[in-house]
Design a protein around this ligand. Sequence first.
Ligand code: ARG
Length: 460
Amino acid sequence: MQKLWEGRFSEASSALLEEFNASINFDKKLYKDDIEGSIAHSSMLANCGILSKDEADKIKNGLNQILNEIESGNFEFKISDEDIHMAIEKRLAEIIGKDTAGRLHTARSRNDQVATDFRHFCMRENLAIAELLRTFVKALVEIAEKNIQTIMPGFTHLQHAQPISLAEHLLAYAFMFKRDFERFISSYERNNFSPLGSAALAGTPHAINRFETAKSLNFNAPIPNSMDGVSDRDFALEILFNISVVFTHTSRLCEELILWNSQEFGFITISDAFSTGSSIMPQKKNPDVAELIRGKTGRIYGNLISLLTTMKGLALAYNKDMQEDKECVFDSVKEVHTSVVILREMLKTAKFNEKNMLKACKKGHLTATDLADYLVREKNIPFRKAHFIVGKCVATAESLGLDLSEMSLENLQKIDGEIDENALKCLDLFNSKNSRKSYGGTADESVRVQLEILKKWLEK
Ligand code: ARG
């Protein structure tokens, strides 16, 4: 017998069809989930009196032997077996005999089998990726902790805006990745339910126990509706979306690292270990890692859009279109692991060039708002008028080739007689940063509050 389904066929499959229809080249990744699912299913069938204990034991032993064969590289994956489910079942028949192996598929269909395997894979990955993100947040927190007092220009419109602490900047990302972590956990909690026992679409007349298989596969419970169980792939869409958001965040961070690593900024030096050279320009050191992560974001979004589009017009329940659900997920999952790990290690070994950051703070009159706030607070001048006076101060500083923070009291007083030496304090970059004590602000004490929140969370 060539095919498990060939009973009603009188002609052999075209080689073209075999090649086209097969998913084994990629769904072999699900071998472990498939074997675990089959062991859970057969032992449940035995507990329900549908298989004998002896048959279930034989099936279990045979499946474990197959697991060994696959893991030791001694299993032949054949296109003619179509997919991992049929390849394993066929091999099981060779090992324990057709009669017993043929009982495994009682009360089950490949439709609930694949939905179970794939969900199992995605649930495990939700947890694994969440854990990975936790390690990333930890790395950011560690770098931030050492840089509470490192001052740099904060940007809006990529223009120097106000002085901030490097820690404030890095912790902005830490909080984003913390939310990403939570997104994977919430997807896990929402979707960790078992389709197994939904059978082809409508359930089964056999007296099975879906709660038992759900429990032995570590799902919370069976999915209450069999058609929903076999036909939705929202759990896969969620993991693709969650990964897309991670890449939105890593891509923005990478863009900044690329800028900061440039000659123009010089804020960081990416270590040699994570830089690449040029084949023609001997002097070059390129931030390829950051560029690649930024670039991969396109493919990651594509994977999400691809599955959304595949699913959008499908009548219930299973359709073969849904075989297209796996490669995009496998790809995004693989990429998020490698990208987050390498980005984490690259950040840990990068050198932050404090001097250049401080120097950059002296360009762009970063403390102009502070001077206006001072005039409002201490001289009771209406904000609009204060804004105008400071505008004049900035223009004078420019004409003298100075930054506002470098202006002398004398020069300032020529512009407005009300200005006194307290103004100099608020023009100081560090004083400016540390005046922003509001909750979430960039002052040392506010940054420490943020660090506490994150450290408490990391300890959990
Ligand atoms: N390889 C298939 C997939 O990935 C398994 C399910 C096949 N079911 C079917 N009725 N043809 O979707």
